[in-house]
Design a protein around this ligand. Structure first.
Ligand code: PGA
Length: 254
């Protein structure tokens, strides 16, 4: 089902003491906020702490990456069953930093997507074009290629149980947000990719926008018809900012 959602992506930030303050603040700030699913994707060593603090609350916790392999000689990797043990309900897959810095291909991302789903963990599939690709006018082609690699591997039905996140690479951590219209255009394109195959699936897809979302620009972005919330990097490390962004994603009627 299409839901309003805001997820924090802490990236490689955090400390036991700092996380506690941040999560306690988020829990307090979100009390009484309705109609939006909020969650945090924390570095793996802090998943246990996130579980300890957030268990029993409406705030979800998840990972930023996961191995495509179930277990074995994969030094440094974290498996889906480990994430399940730690109560994760979601994991990012294919974040642009994983693709660009760690060379994750579309095929690897698709394997991670499938592994997560099979373990009952909702994959948040991140897609988006670089500045060069936008300037070459191939944004839609890139996004389509990234999504279709997953659809081919996982099957169309699998898309009913995932979240998509459109994150233009040039907008991530740069302070340069896509304009609401630029973001809307790509979100509508993504929805249309599915519309001819399964109109109901397309309508129910939750598609988040990520890339320099802040409290000051969230409401305008989230007001666009095909933007269902956000994936928040830098601003998710600030309790006040993150809580305001979550509030901005509340359905208008709420
Ligand atoms: P940003 O990061 O909000 O700091 O731009 C978003 C992301 O990488 O998910």
């Amino acid at each position: 089902m299409r839901v309003q959602m805001v997820l924090g992506n802490w990236k490689m930030h955090g400390s036991l003491v700092g996380n506690k303050t941040l999560l306690d603040g988020v829990l307090a700030g979100l009390a009484g906020v309705d109609g939006v699913t909020c969650g945090v994707c924390v570095p793996s060593p802090y998943l246990f702490q996130a579980q300890f603090i957030l268990q029993g609350s409406p705030v979800l916790w998840g990972a930023q990456n996961v191995s495509q392999y179930e277990k074995g000689a994969y030094t440094g990797e974290v498996s889906v069953s480990m994430l399940r043990d730690l109560g994760c309900s979601l994991t990012l897959v294919g974040h642009s930093e994983r693709r660009a810095i760690y060379g994750e291909s579309d095929a690897t991302v698709a394997e991670k997507f499938v592994a997560a789903q099979q373990a009952g963990i909702k994959p948040v599939l991140c897609v988006g074009e670089t500045l060069d690709e936008r300037e070459k006018n191939i944004t839609n082609d890139v996004v389509k290629r990234q999504i279709m690699a997953v659809v081919e591997k996982a099957g169309l039905d699998a898309m009913t149980n995932c979240v998509l996140a459109y994150e233009p690479v040039w907008a991530i951590g740069t302070g340069k947000t896509a304009s609401p219209q630029q973001a809307q255009d790509v979100h509508a394109f993504i929805r249309a990719l599915f519309a001819d195959k399964d109109a109901e699936l397309a309508q129910n897809l939750t598609i988040l926008y990520g890339g320099s979302v802040k409290a000051s620009n969230a409401a305008e972005l989230f007001s666009m018809p095909d933007i269902d919330g956000g994936l928040i990097g830098g601003a998710s490390l600030d309790t006040t900012e993150f809580v305001s962004i979550c509030k901005a994603a509340q359905p208008k009627a709420a």
